[in-house]
Ligand binder design. Structure first.
Ligand SMILES: Cc1ncc(COP(=O)(O)O)c(C=O)c1O
Length: 467
């Protein structure tokens, strides 16, 4: 018997213990602090035991409660960054996906998983109004943005054979950090990322884009692609996609839409996303606004041929012998990834279990929660809103009569104090150079009462730091 063999009775017993640990954790979520009361030293010490040479068998699981206790829980009162809440049906599917251990790279290595992922991607694209788009799941929005821009580069200024030729990519100064990273990794050079200032609503101006493209051409540069944001990471603003698409069409530029934060909200409020279907490529993040456990990103594209041009390069050992177009299909021809986990199972099961209407309702509740918070902030004299609330991100801060740097320092201290108090978790943003407290609602557990607790917590933290 192999030393790693696990009898099925033992698996069943372990799985039972595991699910009851998970169920107890979920049942206790509401009462938990939004951030654990631990120091880095305590956590380091807790996990410093050397790995055992002799297996601990079932007692190995006894360390799990400590892992849970020292983790930031997916609390109803977590509003940091853009981080989905981890829908539990999807989490259960993740367990099964790991048991199945499919390599979702080609039909022949994972017939059900590949077919299911392809159909899921088509269905979601259709539900977003992007009929006919195809694509694949990936690790997250950063990966999707990198792949979208790789497609752009290969479609407009091919570099796969002889190296990158340069070319200018346009976005606003509100664009997510994964875009400069992708531009650098693709050999285009961050100096060739032309960041445009935004209008009063933190959106790209199509006129300004048009002028920048013309000026760059006059200066001898080669415009390549535009990255429009469908939900900027700081304020959730949505660039005017239809107008930008018109400029791209006229100028022959690739349009990549970074919808990692916001575009899935088009399921519930499509009117905010007019022009989304004009994208050549579109990044989405079901692990943000479809509440999926990490990781679950998605890249959609209009032309699968462009994806193959960018990514298809396979060794002989990976050649398919089938003549059937479905059986020959390989995700590795259309994506950067080769070995791929069965991410589609969780998303598919979670969508089937709850139904699309429930997800739409959850997204609407998040949008409503953002408006609720914005209204309270606007009506609370010591606080001020720093940006309009388009989606579910609310940027605000405590007023301060002193120098701008003092206001920033005060709000940074308030944020640290809010987190230390442990009742709510906020993060920060820089809005027009000013330090902002930021709450982002992509959390299916949050209630109206939870949202009502945010401003009192901020005011209490402000009192704490001022004494
Ligand atoms: C607008 C936007 N794009 C891209 C990303 C990157 O996504 P991920 O963290 O899944 O790589 C984020 C993450 O917050 C985002 O808000």
């Amino acid at each position: 018997m192999n030393a790693l063999h696990l009898p099925s009775s033992e698996f069943r017993a372990l799985a039972g213990r595991m699910t009851s640990i998970a169920a107890d954790f979920l049942a206790g979520l509401e009462e938990m602090r939004a951030f654990p009361q631990v120091t880095a030293q305590q956590v380091t010490r807790a996990f410093s035991a050397p790995l055992p040479d002799e297996g601990l068998r079932g007692t190995a699981l006894e360390a799990l409660p400590e892992v849970l206790a020292m983790s930031r829980p997916p609390s109803p009162r977590f509003y940091g960054y853009v981080l989905g809440s981890g829908e539990p049906v999807a989490a259960l599917a993740d367990l099964l996906a790991s048991i199945l251990n499919q390599n979702v790279t080609a039909w022949r290595s994972a017939p059900a998983a590949v077919t299911l992922e392809r159909q899921l991607v088509h269905s979601l694209a259709g539900a977003l109004g992007c009929e006919g788009f195809s694509g694949s799941l990936c690790g997250g929005g950063s990966m999707a943005n990198l792949m979208g821009l790789a497609m752009a580069r290969e479609a407009r200024l091919p570099g796969n054979e002889r190296g990158a030729q340069g070319g200018v990519v346009y976005a606003t100064d509100e664009v997510h950090m994964s875009i400069p990273k992708a531009v650098a990794l693709l050999g285009l050079g961050r100096a060739n990322l032309h960041l445009l200032g935004t209008d009063v609503n933190f959106r790209m101006s199509a006129q300004r884009l048009h002028a920048a493209v013309a000026a760059d051409r006059r200066a001898g540069h080669t415009p390549l692609a535009v990255v429009a944001s469908a939900g900027t990471v700081s304020t959730g603003s949505i660039d005017p996609l239809a107008d930008i698409a018109a400029v791209c069409r006229e100028q022959g530029l690739w349009l990549h839409v970074d919808g990692a934060y916001g575009a899935l909200a088009a399921l519930a409020v499509p009117e905010l996303f007019a022009g989304l279907a004009a994208a050549d490529s579109l990044s989405l993040d079901p692990h943000k606004w479809l509440y999926q456990p990490l990781d679950c990103g998605m890249l959609l594209f209009r032309d699968a041929g462009a994806a193959r041009t960018a990514f298809s390069f396979s060794g002989d050992y990976a050649r398919s012998l089938s003549a059937d177009p479905l059986e020959r299909f390989a995700f590795f021809d259309e994506s950067l990834e080769l070995s791929r986990r069965f991410r589609a199972l969780k998303l598919w099961l979670s969508l089937r279990y709850h139904g699309l209407a429930a997800f739409r309702a959850a997204i609407r509740a998040d949008l409503q929660h953002a408006q609720q918070l914005a209204a309270v902030v606007a009506g609370t004299a010591p606080l001020e809103l720093l940006a309009p609330v388009t989606l579910s991100a609310v940027c605000f801060r405590h007023r301060h009569d002193g120098l701008p740097a003092d206001a920033d320092r005060l709000n940074a201290a308030i944020l640290q104090r809010v987190i230390a108090r442990g009742r709510v978790y906020l993060s920060n943003a820089t809005v027009r150079g000013r330090f902002a407290l930021r709450a982002c609602f992509v959390n299916h557990r949050t209630t109206d009462a939870d949202v009502a607790g945010i401003v009192p917590e901020v005011l209490a933290a402000a009192r704490d730091v001022r004494v």
